[in-house]
Design a protein around this ligand. Structure first.
Ligand SMILES: Cc1cc2nc3c(=O)[nH]c(=O)nc-3n(C[C@H](O)[C@H](O)[C@H](O)COP(=O)(O)O)c2cc1C
Length: 188
């Protein structure tokens, strides 16, 4: 698939089949992610790949984080929260691990992780896979980070669902937000 086609026709997957994804394909997605522009070559990304029963770790973390935030949550709410872990056969948690650097501000490291996630998403699309980038309250809950083996100082940038799509969102109309100014032949 051509790069422009991958970008222009991208949309998120709403549903996935149960079929697994080969480990070699997942590794290739991670390599593409880590190919992102990276000021200072700090590799500020951290990846946690959850497969098969590994997703249970995430489900348990989602449940305990929900119960902590909402002790009144009923069984149906808890079950809905846990089911998020099983929406796709593969879940790649991407976190930002910012290190103090004299020339690379924190925000640039966070931006590099965003670029890495987009690389991963486009590489997945080129492989025929669908993705959905999610966050929500669990992304900001320290118990979820701990359960995933991330450091206290890491920040979850996204829970990236990956799998063979059975239903895609429509490709939306894009909004470039207007162009503030075109500058050409300045001074002419
Ligand atoms: C940092 C980030 C966090 C997101 N978190 C969520 C989320 O928690 N739930 C959700 O429905 N969409 C979330 N999205 C948006 C979806 O991934 C998706 O991009 C959006 O619904 C637009 O659909 P499209 O990708 O098909 O164009 C998030 C996107 C980003 C960049």
């Amino acid at each position: 698939m051509q790069v422009l086609e991958a970008i222009e026709g991208r949309s998120s997957a709403k549903k996935f089949s149960d079929q697994g994804v080969p480990a070699s394909t997942i590794e290739s997605l991670l390599r593409c992610a880590a190919r992102a522009p990276d000021h200072g070559l700090l590799a500020p990304w951290r990846f946690v790949v959850l497969l098969d029963q590994g997703r249970e770790v995430f489900a348990a973390a989602l449940e305990s984080a929900l119960r902590r935030r909402h002790p009144e949550a009923d069984a149906e709410t808890v079950s809905r929260e846990r089911s998020k872990a099983f929406r796709s056969p593969v879940l790649i948690v991407v976190a930002t691990s910012v290190s103090s650097h004299p020339k690379v501000p924190d925000v640039e490291q966070v931006l590099a992780v965003g670029a890495a996630i987009e690389n991963l998403i486009l590489a997945a699309r080129a492989a025929g896979l669908g993705t959905m980038w999610k966050t929500g309250g669990a992304a900001y809950d320290p118990t979820v980070k701990h359960a995933l083996g991330l450091a206290d100082t890491d920040q979850v940038a996204g829970f990236i669902h990956v799998g063979w799509p059975t239903e895609m969102k429509p490709v939306r109309a894009v909004d470039i937000g207007g162009v503030t100014r075109w500058v050409s032949n300045a001074g002419a």
